[in-house]
Design a protein around this ligand. Sequence first.
Ligand code: GLU
Length: 411
Amino acid sequence: MSDVLHATQVVIEQALKRLGYGQDMIDLLKEPMRLLTVRIPVRMDDGSTVVFTGYRSQHNDSVGPTKGGVRFHPGVTETEVKALSIWMSLKCGIADLPYGGGKGGVICDPRKMSFRELERLSRGYVRAVSQIVGPTKDIPAPDVMTNSQIMAWMMDEYSHIREFDSPGFITGKPIVLGGSKGRETATARGVVIMIYEALKIKNIPIQDARIVIQGFGNAGSFLAKFMYEAGARVIGISDVNGALYNKDGLDIPHLLDRRDSFGNVTNLFPKTISNDELLELDCDVLVPAAIENQITEENAPNIKASIIVEAANGPTTLEATKIISERGILLIPDVLASAGGVIVSYFEWVQNNQGYYWGEEEIDEKLRIMMIRGFENVYEIHRTRKVDMRLAAYMSGVRKMAEAVRYRGWV
Ligand code: GLU
């Protein structure tokens, strides 16, 4: 996965150059300032011990503490975690949050682990990284295959280590432990707001919009629900096993009902199409909401959507971005489109720090304002500086951090 890091570094460099910064700033911001690798021994249910490898990457803390999720996935690598932490900086910059970017990961397959094994792994991870994380240092959150239960164990472990209740150490917690209303649906809500903005630009009414969503995890499944409820036609969805297609619109409530907790549903249906076919379906809005490197040089020329909204992190390669922009497809890049999660995480942290909690409507409205402001800034840079939407998003995302670095006198 070293290509995702390289692809990010290329665009960071272009963005900083466009903003007038020199090689010193590029050298600092194209790599994380800190990367911790940990080994986590976990006693398994059968009495054996398995030693897992985990990471925490902190991109840059000039703006404030670093912030970003922890993923549990067999494909986690050091370079992927590094790239993901840089993307978190960009999301926080675009949304104007007082954070830098961080990210963590553990190489494991939660689908093959018991509840208790997962608890021991989650607690072990926190013990291993405890020295470099904390409510004013680096604040973890859920990511691929981690959820509010895992956040609860991690928060509990951290509170034990520090010997005081520390809800602000981690976000994405269950509501009863200081989680925020609206956090679970936040990424999808943010994507919905971006789809509406893009449809406005392309003059497509929501009732006419045909949506294809790749991935049926947290972001993809809630997005399908919200789009269906808004009256759009969700004509394609997929999970790791395959994809479903119906040109008149899929029965989303039925699919949500049958989906398991890891987002699997297509295995229940005899007639499926492949993930590759899904991406090339005739539709208006394509939402990659799964994993990295899905839209590539090979399939980008065949994509029929007029709008691509990246709900996943890094779904489109550098070469594919170029093809998409040249073909006039409106791209809402990941660091903007998927910022809803970290925005509501920020609200959760603010509520934890002040000990006063907001209602769901207040959260949704604040999220809407921040997403639209983020979109307008990026779109404005895209138009006035004549750069593609990804470079515009990077310019918007890195600007505040570079300024903070300057003021601190680091570069
Ligand atoms: N893991 C999410 C992301 O990639 C959320 C991070 C957070 O809430 O801190 O944006």
